[in-house]
Design a protein around this ligand. Structure first.
Ligand code: FAD
Length: 471
């Protein structure tokens, strides 16, 4: 059929998946069109996700750090917080990053079309543009990177005191009392920010523990360190009612256990709903292109990120868990390279996860809890940060570094770190797993002293029985 724009490669959605795919496709010589409904590139991650949350978490970490320094003889005044200025800083961080992307798109001659895209055929996408017009884009190949949206709770009313992660990141005000529904990474990161800024916070989680997916021993350290940060952490507790009253948001709880007791209903000034994200697969008329979407809205793909339609690929939050930016970027490169005829496959052994809380919790590969559940026999090397000169010098020695090895080959299969800067260190363990390193390889690698990263080498030595002088 006729099209207003004709291209080799159409990319739908400009999040970390979409922009990475478009840039790689353009670099490989394809005439590329990138369709995005919002005015800025970067998707959830840059605009309302990873980056703004980290801008605020940095501020929280600095404030928290000062409070730990009284024990070192350094007492700071209570910080005065100019929330308008903080919000402006966060917005500036976003615009710097999204502006950088716009420049990179331009430099590569990627044609960015703003509007909402819907497939109208196997080689055509229709875009409803911001000015009310319509554009048809004809494509030879396509990469769908339409991402995910927040999951809503059906019984939660519309009220400006009730927000999702996007609303929380807007940072309109700091409430006195706040409830965070959902004890996952996103909820706990926002809880960290708001509590440091002065809110009293309750966290409610239906399951039996926070930060599902991470080993319980890591989470336990985080929880102990944060005992005073929160009024209460209610696990195994369901939120069953949310009412917007003039005096506050009234929330009702129920025990998730048969016969269990739940807390009394509570009044909050602000409620953050952070109960997960669901893929946007059903919102793009994928069926018009013949692309299969499963019941939950995910688009099934093969190891080259190809959908059931050979010239259409899908990547990122849209194709499955874990919904993380670094996974989306990696998949984007595979898809663009495969579309260019290269033999690229997604064969990453592991994808690291990080909660950028205080302390940070990071893990990669197999966890102990997972090994137990699967009956896999693992052995571990654990290095407590109380034995790390650097952690002690920092006054932050609550953490530990744990490496998990195959019981027979002693090759590393997983690892976890809880402590400050854990997220910055977990990449080394991911590399070791990808390289098939064993405990000796890691233990004999000279790490700089005194660093927190050194704890990875020490954990391997603990496992080898070389390092025994632990406190
Ligand atoms: P998205 O980023 O969701 O991008 C999809 C894009 O497609 C969007 O811009 C959307 O507007 C556009 N789009 C969708 N449908 C259409 C359509 N029909 N027409 C036009 N455009 C369309 N991940 C991490 O790895 N680290 C973190 O620290 C982290 N922190 C997070 C914090 C928060 C608060 C949230 C919400 C998420 C966080 N994530 C983090 C997750 C991360 O943001 C996502 O995994 C990542 O953005 C997924 O990238 P994507 O390209 O698949 O999709």
């Amino acid at each position: 059929g006729s099209a207003d724009i004709q291209c080799d490669m159409l990319v739908l959605g400009a999040g970390p998946g979409g922009y990475s795919a478009a840039f790689r496709a353009a670099d490989l010589g394809m005439n590329t069109v990138l369709v995005e409904r919002y005015a800025t590139l970067g998707g959830v991650c840059l605009n309302v996700g990873c980056i703004p949350s980290k801008a605020l978490l940095h501020v929280a970490a600095v404030i928290d750090e000062t409070s730990h320094m009284e024990a070192m003889g350094i007492k700071f005044e209570k910080p005065s917080i100019d929330i308008d200025k903080l919000r402006a800083h966060k917005d500036k961080v976003i615009s710097k990053m999204t502006g950088g992307l716009a420049g990179m798109a331009k430099g590569r001659k990627v044609n960015v079309v703003q509007g909402v895209g819907q497939f109208v055929g196997p080689n055509h996408l229709e875009v409803a543009t911001a000015d009310g017009g319509r554009k048809t884009i004809g494509f030879k190949q396509a990469i769908i990177a339409a991402g995910s949206s927040v999951v809503k709770l059906p019984f939660v009313p519309e009220d400006e005191r009730i927000v999702d992660s996007t609303g929380a990141l807007e940072l309109r005000q700091v409430p006195k009392r706040m409830l965070v529904i959902g004890g996952g990474i996103i909820g706990l990161e926002m809880a960290t920010v708001y509590s440091t800024l002065g809110a009293r916070i309750d966290v409610v989680e239906m399951l039996d523990g926070l930060m599902q997916g991470a080993d319980r021993d890591l989470v336990k350290v985080w929880q102990k360190f944060n005992e005073k940060r929160f009024d209460r952490i209610m696990t195994k507790t369901k939120t069953v009612g949310v009412e917007a009253l003039p005096e506050g948001i009234k929330v009702t709880f129920e025990s998730a256990e048969a016969g269990g007791t739940a807390p009394e209903p509570q009044l909050y000034d602000m409620v953050l709903v952070a109960v997960g994200r669901s893929p946007n697969g059903k919102k793009i008329s994928a069926d018009k292109a013949g692309v299969a979407v499963n019941e939950r809205g995910f688009i099934p793909v093969d190891a080259q990120m190809r959908t059931n339609v050979p010239h259409i690929f899908a990547i990122g939050d849209l194709v499955g868990q874990p919904m993380l930016a670094h996974k989306a970027v990696h998949e984007a490169h595979v898809a663009a390279e495969a579309a260019a005829g290269q033999k690229s496959f997604f064969d990453a052994r592991v994808i690291p996860s990080v909660a950028y809380t205080d302390p940070e919790v990071a893990w990669v590969g197999m966890t102990e809890d997972e090994a137990k559940a699967k009956g896999v026999k693992l052995e571990k090397g654990l290095f407590p940060w109380a034995a790390s000169g650097r952690a002690v010098a920092n006054g932050r020695d609550e953490g530990f570094t744990k490496l998990l090895f195959d019981a027979e080959t002693h090759r590393i299969v997983g690892g976890g770190i809880v402590g400050t800067h854990a997220g910055d260190m977990i990449g080394e363990i991911a590399l070791a797993i990808e390289m098939g390193a064993d405990a000796v390889d890691i233990g004999k690698t000279i790490h700089p002293h005194p660093t927190l990263g050194e704890s990875i080498g020490m954990a391997a030595e603990v496992f080898e029985g070389v390092c025994t002088d632990l406190p």
